[in-house]
Write a new protein. Sequence first.
Length: 532
Amino acid sequence: MKWTLLLATALTAQEAHQHHHGGLGTVRFETSCDSSVQAPFQRAVAMLHSFWYDEAEKAFRAIAATDPTCGMAYWGVAMSNYHPVWAPPTAPELARGAEAAEKAVAAGAKTARERDYISAIAAFYKDSKTLAHRARSLAYEQAMEQVYRKHPADSEAAIFYALALLGTAPPTDKLYGNQKKAAAILNEVLPKNREHPGVAHYIIHSFDYPRLAELALPAARSYAKIAPDSPHAIHMPSHIFIRLGLWDDSIQSNIASATSAKTHVQRLKPGAGSFDQLHAMDYLVYAYLQQGRDRKAKQVYDEMLAIKTLDLENFAAAYALAAIPARYALERREWTQAAGLQLHPAGFPWKNFRYAEAIVVFARGLGAARSGDRAAAGREVERLAAIRGEIAGASGYDWASQVEVQRRTVEAWLAHAEGKSEQAVPLMRSAADLEDKIDKHPVTPGAVLPARELLGELLLETKRPTEALKELEAALQESPNRFNTLHLAARSARLLGRQEDAAGYYSKLITLCSKADTTRPGLREAREFTRK
C-alpha cells in the first residue's frame, strides 16, 4: 500500500512545521461562522480527531458563546459526545449531544456543506430514546457517506466518514471490510493532509489487528509527532507496537502519554488522576510484565492504587482500574494473590461498568481454581454468568461474549482442578474459539490472559504436548513476544524432544527479558537450558 511510504516520508516535512500547529496537528475546516472563531474552531476539530472529547466540547461551547449563530459550534458539541470506536455515550452524554444537535439544526448554517454535516450528526441523535446505539451509528455513517460523496474536495468529510466506518465495523468480520475501506479513503486524502491528526490516528485504528498491524507502523511512528500535546495521540502508537510485540516502543509511548495526561489534569483538577493516564498505565503494566520487569510493573500498580479521584469516571478508567491488578497477579502466576483481588477504589461507580468488574471476578476465579480453592472458583463462575446475563444485548461492543470467554475459562480450570480433564479441555477450547471470533476492544492492549495460551497450558498439564505446542504457536501469531506463551512453547517443545525448537523459544525469552528486574521460574528455566 503506497500510503505506508507516504506516511514514513511525511515526517521530515512535518517536523519542520510542527511548531505552527499548537501541538495538535493541522486541520483545515472552513466554516461560515464569525472570523474571530475560525482559528479556535480548527483547534477544537483537531482535539476531536485525537479523541480529546472533554476538551473539544469545552472549546466548541466557548465558540458558541462567542458566536451564537454558529451552527457548527453546536455540531462540534454534538460530535464531542459521540465516540465512534470507544463506548456508546452515557445517559448524560447522550442528553448533551442530542440538545446540541437540535441547537445546530435550529441555528443552521450559511452553506449547504455545513448543513450536511449538521444533518449527519442529527441522524445519530434522532430517536435516541427508542433506537439502539448501533442503528443510530449506522444512520450517521450513511449520512456521512452522503457528505463525503457530495463534497469530494472536502478532506474533513472523507476523514470523518472513515471514522464513521470504523465505528460501525462488525467485530465478527474477520475480513475487516469497513477497516480496509476506511484506510483506502484515508490513503486518498493523505497526500494533502500529512500533518492531519485524524489521518494517522484512524489508520492506526483501521489496522489495529494482528494480521494488519505491520501496515500501520508508519502511522504509529508519525502520529505522536503530529499531535504531541494530546495524551491520546502520544499513547495511540502503542496499539500497533503491542500488536507486533515491540515492548520497548510501547513502554516509551505510554510513559510519555501518562506524563502528559498527568500534567494536563493537574492544571485543571489538582490532585486528581486522569483516565488517559490510567489507560496508558494499563498498557505500560502489560508491556513491563512481558519483559519480566515486574518491579517496574509494581511501581505503576502502586501509582494506580494512590489515585483517589479522577477527571472522568469513564469506561477507559474502569477497564484500567480492573485490569492492572488482574494482569499483575495473573501474568506472574501468583494465583493466591489473584484469588484475593477486590475492586479498587470501592467508591468507583462499578455498577456502570460490569464488564470491567468481570475482569476482577475472572482473576479471582482463575486464581482460586489454580490455587486449589474449588468452592471459591465455583462462586466466581456463577458471578461471571450473572454479569454476562445482565449485559447481554447491551449497545456497542459485545462485552457479554468477552465475559463468557472468562466464565468458560474459569470453569475449565475448575474442572481440571477436580480431575475432569475430559470436560476441561473442550470447555477451554470453546473459550479460545469464542475469543477468536470477537476482536479485542480498542480500550485494552489485549486479553487479560489470552484464552488460546491458556488452552495450550491446559493441554500441557494434561500431558498433550503436541496439541499444546500447536495452540501456543497459534497464540504467538496473534500476540507475539508474550513471556508466558514463549515459556510454555519452549516447555512443550522440550517434552516432544524438539531441543532446537525449545532452544529457539528459550533464547527469544532471554532476549525479551534483557531488562528483567526479577527472576521468574520461566526465565530461570530458560537460562539453565541454554547454558547446557
